[in-house]
Design a protein. Structure first.
Length: 158
């Protein structure tokens, strides 16, 4: 781990929902399209297959009208504990980075952690400085937390 510390971004948050529900929010495109991305962004999915070796091909639409081509390939899936993925602009992107998402029970809630490792320190620094990756990830986690909390609220009211 120490060998990658200068290439990593690690963000975690406790989400007031069980791990199974938080995990499910990543497994179905009908969920992802409701919360994925930082505040003000929307997502258009072109292809989605949640399985090891499967891909999620999508466009992230920024609030300023900028479109960001995105591609994720799932490299490990351990329900409801862990998802590992490769994330780039498209299949074969030489600058694609790896992320590991973990979903750990914490009482009735979930400690969700996203550990992203870039190929170089420079790529990590660019992601932080140019694309505001840390704040964007925090906002995305906030959207996820609000989304699953709303699902639970509707179930209780049901």
């Amino acid at each position: 781990m120490a060998a990658t510390v200068d290439r990593e971004i690690v963000i975690s948050r406790v989400i007031n929902a069980p791990p199974e529900l938080v995990f499910e929010a990543f497994t179905e495109v009908r969920h992802l399209s409701q919360w994925w991305g930082p505040e003000g962004f929307t997502t258009t999915t072109r292809a989605f297959e949640f399985r090891v070796g499967g891909e999620w091909d999508f466009v992230l639409h920024g609030p300023d009208g900028t479109d960001y081509q995105e591609w994720i390939s799932w490299t490990e899936i351990v329900p409801p504990e862990r998802i590992a993925l490769l994330h780039g602009e498209s299949r074969g992107d030489p600058n694609a980075f790896e992320s590991v998402l973990t979903f750990a029970p914490e009482g009735a809630a979930t400690r969700f952690e996203m550990r992203t490792v870039f190929l170089t320190k420079e790529q990590r620094d660019e992601a932080v400085e140019k694309y505001h990756a840390i704040e964007a990830a925090r906002q995305t986690m906030g959207n996820l937390a609000a989304y699953v909390t709303e699902i639970l609220r509707k179930e209780v009211e049901g």
